[in-house]
Structure formats: C-alpha cells, structure tokens
Write a protein that binds this ligand. Sequence first.
Ligand SMILES: NC(=O)C1=CN([C@@H]2O[C@H](COP(=O)(O)OP(=O)(O)OC[C@H]3O[C@@H](n4cnc5c(N)ncnc54)[C@H](OP(=O)(O)O)[C@@H]3O)[C@@H](O)[C@H]2O)C=CC1
Ligand SMILES: O=C(O)C1=N[C@H](C(=O)O)C[C@H](O)C1
Length: 339
Amino acid sequence: MFVNTFPRSRTGKDAGAQKLKKGKTGKQHPCQVRINSIFCLQAENASDRGKLALMSNGLPGKMAMEVAQAALRRGLDLVPYSLTGERTQERVVECAVREDGVRAGRTVRVELVRPSERDRLASTLVNQFPSIICVDFTHPSAVLPNASWYVGTGLDFVMGTTGGDTGALHRLVADSDRYAVIAPNMAKQIVAFQALVDMLGREFPGAFRGYRLEVIESHQASKADTSGTAKAVVASMLQRWGVTGLESERDIQKVRDQSQQRTLMGVPEAFLDGHAFHTYRLTSPDGSVQFVFQHNVCGRRVYADGTIDAVLFLDRQRRVGANQKIYDMIDVLRMGGML
Ligand SMILES: NC(=O)C1=CN([C@@H]2O[C@H](COP(=O)(O)OP(=O)(O)OC[C@H]3O[C@@H](n4cnc5c(N)ncnc54)[C@H](OP(=O)(O)O)[C@@H]3O)[C@@H](O)[C@H]2O)C=CC1
Ligand SMILES: O=C(O)C1=N[C@H](C(=O)O)C[C@H](O)C1
C-alpha cells in the first residue's frame, strides 16, 4: 500500500521509495505508519491531476499562511502538505480565506511534514500533483536544503526565503533542469523600485558618486536575518551609483527592538509583529544635498499576492518550455507577470 504511493518520479530518482525498500530492519516507526496512511488517503482523493497546484512550505509560519490564503483567494489548488521546521509541534493546520477575521470560502487541512519525514512524501507529490509548484517561506538555514530537495525531487519552485547563500542557490538551479523564481521581495511596487535603482545605475552610472549611503531597516523581532531586500538594493547602488559608506551587510542598521520600532521608526502597534520598514538615505559629500528613499509595509499580504503572480508566471514559462529557467521578480514584472 505504502510503496504504491511511490511510483517513479519525473526525474526517475524515486528517492523515497528506494529508502523505504532498503530499510535496514524492514520495520516502520509507528509514527511513520500513521503519516504514510494519511499520505495514501489524501493521494487517493486528489483530483484535477493536471492542474496547477501550489505547495506552501513553511506552515504554520506567517508568510506561508498568507500564501496559502492568497492561493485560495485566487482559486488555485492548495497541496495538503507543507514542509515545516523540525521543532514544529503541530501536525496539521487549517488554511482558509478570512475576511475581517471570519472564514470565507473553503478550508484546506494541510499536513505538516518535518525535514526528517519529507523524503517519504516526494513521490506522492510528483504523482498526485504533476503540475505542482512549491513556494518557500521558511528560514535562512533551510534555503539550500529545501532547494536541494525541490531539485532532487523534480519540483519547480518560488524561493521567497531570504538569508541563504544566494550564489550557491543559483548554481544549484542552474545545474538542474528545474524552473525557479528567486527573489528577496515579492511586492510589486518594491520590485519596481528595485528595477528603478538598477536602471538608474545603468543609465547614469556614477550619478551619485561620493554620496554617503545609510540604510536602516525594521522588521518583527523574530526575523532571523538582515533584510534581503536592503541587501539587494545596496548591492545595486554600490555597483553602479558610485555611493560610499557601506562596506558590508553589517553596516545596514537593523531595528528589532519593539520600543525603538514604535518611537524611532513609527511602526503602528498592530504591526510590530509583521512589518518591513526600509529607509535609504544618501548625503552629498558636503552635506548640502540629501535624498531619502523609503518603503514601509505593514503586514504581509502584498508579498503573498506577488508570490501568486510568480507561481502563475513560472507555470506559464515551463508550459511553453522557456529556455530561461531562473528568474527574479524583476523578470516577472518586466514580462508582464504581475497583476
Ligand atoms: N521574498 C519576500 O517577499 C518575503 C520574504 N520573507 C522571508 O520569508 C521567510 C519566512 O518569513 P516568516 O513567514 O515571517 O517567518 P516565520 O518564522 O513566521 O515562519 C517560518 C516558518 O518556517 C518553518 N521552518 C523552519 N525550518 C524549516 C525547514 N527546514 N523547512 C520548512 N519550514 C521550516 C518555521 O518553523 P519553526 O518555527 O518550527 O522553526 C516557521 O513555521 C524569511 O526568510 C523572510 O525574510 C518574508 C516576507 C516577504
Ligand atoms: O522577513 C520579512 O518580514 C521580510 N523579509 C524580506 C526581506 O528580508 O527583505 C522582505 C520584506 O522585507 C519582509
């Protein structure tokens, strides 16, 4: 019964089945039996096999929940499994669209799968959801392991998680035949701002030569890394604008203390646990001219909406067999992929 849920994957690697067949004792842990039987049941009930299905990884985390809700709002099929952290206690979460805090529309029960359990899920996914796209909003430490799992399992993905080794991530995908969107920010207007920063540098290289750049970003205290968006914008400005003042990522000022967020940054009380405030300040060498660019986001919905755009875009690209396989959100925006 269990082995039947692991026919050959699209990559032919069949990792989960091989591991199971080669088990040393042939015995299964009781927990394994329970989980496997749930996989079988849900797999048998799966419908619309060719339809695009979105797997929101990182539940019960905040972004993964926003993405699951956005997927339901936009009428996409939500895969009833989500990769989660090893220490997560919950086994199942319910995802539903909410309006004014009240459930509206259908509810999907999503089973949470820890890193140590996920190989057993691989073939089920490939089999039951042949048009699956994974979305990853997890943890910086999970970026490469998760991406390796997507690639090894033969799954295309959108990587929104920041703080990983971006170079290694790009190499991993480039050496595979998978499609991926990788970007530190999915909000359409911020992506447009990133494109603008990039264009200014190309069009007028050195226009801000000698200007001193200061960057301050504020996020919820639980954020593990420095803003990936700030790092990307700074890299672009340092590369072509001619600015100085920031030697490394450590020079980006991070605000994680809630009282400073209230007083210094003006973050509304209701969004202390979910906001992204960024300020880029450029000052001329003699101090007589100043430019300030700022983007302040309360909540996370804008990223989730952009993520769904990225998923739909990636699905279109792979269906037409596009030669380019790795994209960022500027590509998605440029190619008309954002609502
Ligand atoms: N690109 C974009 O536009 C945006 C990117 N982000 C990025 O998304 C990431 C997540 O943010 P957010 O949702 O706020 O964070 P949360 O802490 O709310 O959620 C992260 C979730 O990932 C889980 N997790 C940890 N390790 C793994 C793993 N190996 N595999 C799967 N899941 C795992 C965590 O579980 P546990 O708690 O048990 O460890 C937690 O449930 C961050 O890197 C953030 O910077 C956020 C917003 C927008
Ligand atoms: O962790 C967050 O919240 C966010 N992370 C992304 C980043 O690191 O740039 C995007 C946005 O700032 C929200």
